[in-house]
Every structure is written in C-alpha cells, then in structure tokens.
Design a protein around this ligand. Structure first.
Ligand code: ADP
Ligand code: MG
Length: 566
C-alpha cells in the first residue's frame, strides 16, 4: 500500500468545518440523519446504475444501511453497500464545497455565530456530511466504488487537512466511522453508543428511509443463559407518500422533506396528492421555507424525484416541474412507467405531461390559498421565490391567469408593502386607462426617477419593477383585466382627459413653435446619442430626461438578454 497523503480542504470547506467543530447547534442528533440520508442516496444510485448498466457486476439484492457501535472505543459507524466513491470523488465531494454563493453564506454564518444565532443559517446551508464533526473529533471514511477494484480511506479531525490513502481491499460501498466526543449534556451530546439513543434518533428522523437500517443489539439471555446478539431493523421503511394523508404526522412530513430536500429547515408547505384512473401516481411535494443559494444558477439542483412503484428512478426530474417552479421539492411515484425510462422519453410522455399539468395547478393553487388565508406565509414565499415564479408569466401561458393573481410587486402606493395587480386596479383613478410601471435596478432609484413626476402630480400609482424578469413578463403579458401594462419610460405618455388634452395640445403646439430652433439645435448637437429631442409632458420639476422608443429594449432588458447569451 502507498503511504497516505495529507491534503488540504478547500478554503470554504475549511471554514464550514470550523463552524461544525465548534458548533453551538443545539440539535446535534441530526448528524445521524445526514449520514443515513447519504447512505440511502448511495443505495438508490447503485440500484439505478445496475439497472442502466447491465455489465456492472454488482449485487443489489440486499441494499441496506448498518449502524455499528463500539462502546469501549466510543465509535459509531454508518455503513452502506451502495455506489461508493472513487478516490477523485472523495476529493471533490468531501474535500470541497462546489455550491455557488457559498462564500457569502459562510460570511453570514460566521457573523451569526458570533452573535450566537447560527442555528437558522446552518439550517439553510444543509451541512450534510460535515455534520459528523459536531459530535466526533475524528472521522474516518472508507469506500469502494461499484465496479472498481481498490478502495480509498479518508480521515480527518476537521481541522484544515485530511489524509487520503489507497486500500487494496474494501467492501463495496461506504463506511463512515465517527470517533465520538465525550458525551456531555451541557454540550447537548447524547451517548451515541447507546442502543436506545440510536433507535430513537433513527425512528424520529429516518423512519421512512426505503432501505433497512440495521443494528446488532445485545439481548440478555433468559434464566441465566448467555447474552445473545441479534440484528434488528430500526426503521419501518414505509413510503410516506403511499400512506393516507390523515395518518401522517406533520413531523414525519418534515423529516422526509429534510431528506429529499437536503435541507435542515422545515418546509413552508406540504402538498400530498394522489392521481387515480388511467395513470396512477402519488405525489408528495414541498415548498421550502427559504430559497437555495443556487436558485438562479444554471447548475442549480431541481427538486423533484421520480419513483416507479417505490423504486427510485431519478433526481432532478425536470419533466415533472416547469423551470419556474424548480424550487419545489419532493417525490412523484408513478405506477405505470418502465423502470428503464430515460429523461428524453419522459419529456415526450403524454401521461407524464398530464401529471405535470396537475402538479403545477396544485402548487399554484396552494400558493394562491396562502395568499388569501395566510398573508405572512405568502410574504415569506414571495420574498424567497417570487423572482423565479414570475418567469412563469413568460413561459407558462396556460397558467398565466392564476400567476397574475399570485404576483406581488412594489408600487408607489405604499413604500413598505407590495401590491397585487387586482389591488392596483382597485385603486386606479377616474379617467386612468392603463396600468403604469417603471423598471430599473432598485426601488430607490426608481422612486427618484424623473419619469415618475407627472404621475405623482396626477396621483397615479406606478408599479416599481426591479427584477430582471419583470421587463420580460410585462411585455409578454401586455395587459391585465383589459388594461394595458404601460411603461412610463417608453414612448409618449398621455395622462390627460379629453378636455385637458385639447388644452394641452394647443399649449404644446404654441411651445413647439416657440422652441423649434432650440429643439432643432439640440437634436443636431446630440445626434450621436439620441434620435430626437422633443418637448415632454412627463416632467414637472426635472428639466430633461432620456426615454426609449416604445419598442426599444430598456437598459435592464438589454443586460438580461446579454446575460442569457442572446
Ligand atoms: P448532499 O447529500 O446534499 O449532496 P453531503 O455533504 O451530505 O451533501 O454529501 C456530499 C456528497 O458526498 C454526496 O453528494 C455524495 O456524492 C457523497 N457521499 C456522501 N456520503 C456518501 C455515501 N455514503 N456513499 C456515496 N457517496 C457519498
Ligand atoms: Mg447528504
């Protein structure tokens, strides 16, 4: 065997580990949930790999997780016979954190920890494997990837470096051994070598895991006979989504969400539904309580897993949820699909498309109900996911009407509150024909925009749109309840009533003659920068402003298109 090498964690991984090693997170028991969750994922991946690749010589008949304890040595091992990791995979997934936005989150996390409030943020990060370092001062991992002959041994104390060595022999799959810190109630550490502690944690957090989680336990012999060991299965393995809704406790839903959503926080909403008839399926979907840090990154994870009759088929099933609902997490179990179905075929499948239509309607109806019945929760939802949901106004014409009821935007009506479009229409002034909006980088800039002056003077409300996607959807949607959505920064604005218009037109005519020379001169001088200089009805106190043609791209839109690679 080669001598083990010592390698350094990537900077961000090192920082996160520091936070774990010195964690004040009060619920340290969840480390076991994370390790079991990873083991279960590895088992799913192996079954799938075996299904896809007939040449992969692996045995998938008894996929399971084993928990082993050694009370004397104070170690706890979580072992699986799943897909395993190659040496390179160990380095890249255990030694680094690839998620975008990590640096920023870590900065916030450190600040929060200094302020003694890191819990919630740790929850948002979903620290996964590193959670082991909350309860262990040393962690060993041995693994062998399915189909490879040699294995890899990884070890670390979580303090900056890890060692990596090759193993000639190792069972296929992964074993993670924790050298436990001393049990200490002040540090909220339970005795993780005690059978009942483990039983309880598994029952609470991992009962629904679809593979058996086994442990050898000692049974005292009856009537002075010798003690025996027996292997017991700790979880019920019941697929939560297959159980009747009324029989599942909210806490069970929440733990299941944390497993499928790779999240530490409870979900905002749970949607459990069943489709009967020609195409049977069960769906258990969740709206998270916070956006993932990669919501707007093209490599970001999408949320829905596909199962066929309890067998995991794929993660990130994009055929089941449109892109604008990519944050929805959960499971869809379709009964009548082939286990070998590919992504490409799924996209074409008529029944899958029908399921997707129903899921989308249900998610949108759930959000709409939140908005009516639980405004606080709706506000959380909208703050986290609104910018993504608005993409639906562009992409999903079928649900546009529902989406238009869900949308909230900032407006000049109230500096602190958002409004929906119905609210805006309800406040429209007599004689106001259109819905006015202005787009830009942020609310403050927009509120100080000279474009707003004439509208303020008239008492007309203007929507202040600051997300890049806003420009696209207002164009695409065009109108709401028969009223045109009109940008106040484009083309001619006409705010006057019939009479005022006659009067104003007469006045403008006089002014045009009066200023004709000046305008001609300005147009000449500025000919490189602007098409035309004209008198404006839109300003009350500013001397001049730049406007786009009615059909021009606005600056933000230009930026958006460039970012999208157009
Ligand atoms: P996540 O599960 O959210 O991806 P984790 O930190 O829990 O994040 O795990 C990081 C990665 O390490 C996993 O995505 C997986 O690739 C790998 N991994 C962890 N545990 C195992 C395991 N038991 N078997 C195979 N791969 C594993
Ligand atoms: Mg994990």
């Amino acid at each position: 065997n080669d001598r083990p090498e010592t390698l350094e964690f990537q900077a961000e991984a090192r920082q996160l580990l520091q936070l774990m090693v010195h964690s004040i997170y009060s619920n340290k028991d969840v480390f076991l949930r994370e390790l079991i969750s990873n083991a279960s994922d590895a088992l799913d991946k192996l079954r799938l790999a075996a299904l896809r690749d007939k040449d992969l010589a692996v045995d998938t008949d008894d996929l399971h997780v084993t928990i082993e304890v050694d009370r004397e040595a104070r170690t706890l091992t979580v072992r699986d016979n799943g897909i395993g990791m190659s040496r390179d995979e160990v380095v890249s997934v255990i030694g680094t954190i690839a998620k975008s936005g990590t640096a920023e989150l870590l900065r916030q996390l450190r600040e929060a920890q200094e302020a003694g409030a890191s819990q919630e943020l740790i929850g948002q990060f979903g620290v996964g494997f590193y959670a082991a370092f909350m309860v262990a001062d040393r962690v060993e991992l041995t693994t062998r990837k399915a189909g490879e002959s040699g294995g890899t041994r990884w070890e670390s104390t979580g303090e900056g470096t890890y060692t990596l060595g090759a193993l000639d022999e190792a069972p296929q799959g992964t074993a993670v051994t924790l050298h436990l810190k001393p049990a200490d109630t002040e540090d909220n550490l339970h005795d993780y070598t005690a059978e009942w502690t483990i039983r309880e944690i598994v029952k609470r957090y991992s009962d629904f895991i679809a593979h058996p989680i086994r442990m050898a336990v000692e049974r005292p012999g009856a009537d002075g006979a010798e003690a025996t060991t027996e292997t017991v299965t700790l979880n019920s393995m019941k697929a939560l989504w297959a159980r009747p809704r009324g029989e599942v406790e909210p806490a069970e839903y929440h733990e299941f969400y944390k497993h499928v959503g790779h999240d530490w926080a409870d979900p905002l909403e749970t949607i459990h539904m069943r489709g009967e008839g020609t195409f049977e399926y069960e769906a258990l979907l969740f709206i998270p309580s916070h956006a993932p840090i990669d919501l707007f990154s093209p490599q970001g994870r999408r949320g829905v897993q596909l199962y066929v009759k309890r067998v995991f088929i794929m993660d990130d099933c994009d055929a089941l949820m449109p892109n604008y609902l990519r944050f929805v997490k959960g499971v869809v179990d379709a009964h009548d699909l082939s286990l070998n179905i590919s992504r490409e075929i799924l996209q074409q499948d008529r029944q899958i498309r029908a399921v997707r239509r129903r899921l989308v309607k249900k998610v949108l109806a759930t959000v709409k109900d939140l908005k009516t019945d639980q405004p606080e929760r709706y506000r959380t939802f909208w703050t986290e996911f609104g910018a993504a949901v608005k993409e639906g106004l562009v992409d999903d014409a079928d649900n546009r009407d529902t989406l238009l009821e869900i949308v909230s935007v900032a407006s000049t009506n109230d500096p602190a509150e958002l409004t929906d479009l119905a609210g805006y229409v309800g406040r429209m002034r007599d004689g106001q024909a259109d819905i006015y909006y202005v787009t830009g980088e942020n609310r403050t800039t927009l509120e100080n925009s000279p474009h707003l002056e004439a509208f303020r003077a008239k008492g007309y409300e203007v929507l202040l749109l600051t997300d890049p996607v806003d420009e696209v959807w207002v164009e695409r949607v065009g109108s709401y309840q028969g009223r045109t959505l009109r940008s106040i920064a484009k083309g001619e604005v006409d705010l006057d009533t019939e009479e005022e218009r006659g009067e104003a037109e007469a006045q403008r005519e006089r002014q045009r003659t009066e200023y004709a020379d000046l305008l001609g001169w300005l147009t000449g001088v500025l000919s490189d920068s602007v098409k035309e200089v004209r008198l404006s009805a839109r300003l009350t106190t500013s001397p001049a402003c730049v406007v786009g043609d009615a059909h021009d791209l606005t600056p933000t839109l230009e930026k958006l298109y460039r970012a999208m690679g157009h």
